[in-house]
Write a protein that binds this ligand. Structure first.
Ligand code: COA
Ligand code: MG
Length: 286
């Protein structure tokens, strides 16, 4: 059984994480004014090979300035031959977290952990290779730096020669529903927040709102963004509403008033231990 690691406090603040290409200092400055809980300064897929050195310098400079948000850096994959230079460029400026693409379970986590010091957290993108899918249950008990688990629906189809991860209506095909579900359960097995993947159609805010609602319903507590317009939608979706807070408080009050009872009735419906647990989780996030 995986050893459970207490979730670090910063994880509770991860509703929205906005990607910004590492070679776009102008966009980093704009992103710093947004209400994203975290920025992910990207050195991987949004930066060409030729631009990696300039991006490393720009990201390090941005990290060295005063921060308004948590700042994560997405490095290149551990086996890319680029990750060492990425880490060497940014670690002195103490990023709040490293996003690890193409992670393949606890072994990848341990390998990255060796390079880190201080408070720097790790957020793996855990479904980008076929092997990664079989390691989704192995992230727990490796390092207290693990601050969440997220997934991707773009790299895996490319890796296996699939033409797409989506049906015509935008919903995931069966293989990517599986990857998403295993990420959700893998995160909760490891005792860390499950973070939804990006919604690429950044002009479709209604579609995004529906997508975030499904993520929240299923047990994700945050989501990555690619565009500023997505941030308020994601923050709203992953913040408990006034109604939810009131109902959670009512459940907690009812159990407190009936200390001997395991099951009670509220508004004509049965509530028991899982409802109490969910209510406490909502108040913790409020
Ligand atoms: N961070 C900060 N600012 C951003 C931004 C981002 N991720 N994406 C867009 N903006 C800014 C633009 O600079 C522009 O600012 P302005 O109005 O002051 O000029 C404004 O938001 C509107 O941008 P828009 O024209 O709608 O987008 P675009 O067509 O220029 O760019 C993308 C679209 C997808 C290329 C861009 O959103 C982006 O780079 N996203 C992140 C990509 C990434 O990191 N991918 C890797 C992870 S999947
Ligand atoms: Mg990718």
């Amino acid at each position: 059984m995986a050893v459970s690691v207490p979730a670090p406090p910063l994880a509770a603040r991860l509703r929205s994480l906005l990607f910004v290409p590492g070679d776009r200092p102008d966009r980093m400055e704009k992103a710093a004014l947004l209400d994203a809980d975290a920025l992910i300064l990207d050195l991987e897929d949004s930066v060409t090979l030729a631009a990696k050195p300039v991006a490393r310098t720009a990201v390090a400079a941005f990290l060295a300035a005063p921060r308004r948000q948590l700042l994560f850096v997405r490095i290149n994959p551990l086996d890319s031959g680029l990750a060492e230079a990425d880490l060497a460029a940014v670690l002195d400026t103490k990023p709040d977290g490293i996003v690890l693409p193409k992670a393949e379970g606890g072994a990848s986590l341990a390998a990255l952990d060796q390079h880190l010091s201080g408070e720097t957290m790790i957020l793996p993108i855990a479904t980008e290779t076929p092997a990664a899918v079989f390691a989704l249950g192995s992230y727990g008990g490796v390092t207290p730096r693990l601050c969440g688990l997220t997934w991707g629906a773009e790299d895996l189809p490319a890796a296996i020669g699939a033409s797409t991860s989506r049906e015509e209506d935008g919903s995931y095909t069966a293989p990517y529903q599986l990857a998403r579900s295993l990420t959700l359960f893998g995160a909760h097995t490891a005792g860390v927040p499950a973070i939804e993947t990006v919604y690429p159609d950044f002009r479709d805010l209604d579609g995004l709102a529906a997508y975030t609602a499904r993520g929240r319903r299923d047990g994700f507590t945050g989501m990555m963004a690619i565009h500023p317009s997505q941030v308020p939608v994601i923050n709203a979706a992953f913040s408990p509403s006034a109604d939810e807070i009131a109902r959670a408080q009512a459940i907690i009050d009812l159990f407190a008033a009936n200390p001997g009872a395991g099951a009670l009735s509220l508004d004509g419906k049965m509530i028991d231990a899982p409802h109490l647990k969910a209510a406490k989780a909502i108040l913790a996030r409020a």
